[in-house]
Design a protein around this ligand. Structure first.
Ligand SMILES: NC(=O)c1ccc[n+]([C@@H]2O[C@H](COP(=O)([O-])OP(=O)(O)OC[C@H]3O[C@@H](n4cnc5c(N)ncnc54)[C@H](O)[C@@H]3O)[C@@H](O)[C@H]2O)c1
Length: 252
């Protein structure tokens, strides 16, 4: 599907990988709706890409419905959804701080997995109301992580949430195939985003050195360019693509 003049919704679009995707898709002529729970960042990125800033929490049915409606009023019904909103959080099952709190586990699953599904379903509900363009109606791209496959010590909740995103990709693609909507997921390795900016230069270099080739942290632009390619290539469907320079994370 061509991105020119197509309405796109990007969750977590106020920062990092979502922000880079907003810029990459805007450069292709798409109309961008930037959804983020950080209102200032949503509006800042939206202003830069001449899009609409939408303040919403991906876990809320009401807020996501309202955000979709607001974007639609300016751009029309969106044909592309990019799920980038996500949170981390590291703790051992039993460690120095005691047992892993159940609420913390539930929170990470709620944002990363249930939030992804919430946006996917509400986006699809609106998309099926418009006609396909040629052989396609639209595209959904989710964000997992290599932690879906090689979760490290302390990543129990994060890995479970991202494993869930990988798991829903094929059934979502099968469910929505009759509506001509494709669903794919990107599983990034280590990317240089605000998530990692708090680390020292030395810590960043050491993380980058773990990547076989190219031996560095990924640039968010490389994520954005894969997202653009997924939208443009109609045969990509039901797949999770690792974008990781061949890294396979060690236990710690
Ligand atoms: N950076 C990496 O190396 C890396 C690696 C693997 C996977 N990922 C995944 O990529 C995605 C983007 O990560 P990033 O590095 O760009 O992080 P980031 O923190 O820079 O951006 C995430 C954005 O999501 C927003 N967000 C968080 N919870 C939200 C919620 N409930 N509702 C709406 N917005 C919410 C935040 O406000 C933020 O703007 C995440 O899902 C992350 O797990 C990142």
């Amino acid at each position: 599907m061509e991105l020119k003049d197509v309405a796109v919704l990007i969750t977590g679009g106020g920062s990092g990988l979502g922000e880079a995707t907003a810029r990459a898709m805007a450069a292709k002529g798409a109309r961008i709706g930037v959804i983020d729970q950080n209102k200032d960042n949503a509006e800042k990125v939206a202003a830069e890409v001449k899009g609409v800033g939408l303040h919403a929490d991906v876990t809320s049915e009401e807020q996501i419905k309202a955000a979709i409606a607001k974007a639609e009023a300016t751009h029309g019904v969106a044909r592309v959804l990019m799920n980038c909103a996500g949170i981390g959080g590291s703790q051992r099952i039993v460690g120095r701080d005691g047992v892993y709190p159940l609420e913390k586990f539930a929170r990470i699953i709620n944002v990363n997995l249930i939030g992804t599904f919430n946006c996917l379903r509400l986006f699809a509900e609106r998309l099926v109301t418009i006609e396909p363009v040629g052989e396609e109606r639209g595209v959904i791209i989710n964000t997992a992580s290599v932690a879906a496959y090689e979760g490290q010590i302390g990543q129990i909740a994060y890995s479970a949430s991202k494993g869930g995103v990988v798991g829903l990709t094929l059934p979502a693609a099968r469910d929505l195939a009759s509506q001509k909507i494709r669903v794919n997921t990107i599983a990034p390795g280590l990317f240089f985003t605000p998530l990692l900016m708090s680390l020292s230069e030395e810590a960043r270099k050491s993380l980058g050195a773990q990547v076989p080739h190219p031996s560095r942290l990924g640039d968010a632009k490389e994520y954005g360019s894969l997202a653009v390619h997924i939208v443009e290539n109609p045969m990509l469907n039901g797949e999770t693509i690792r974008l990781d320079g061949a890294i396979r994370m060690a236990p710690r």
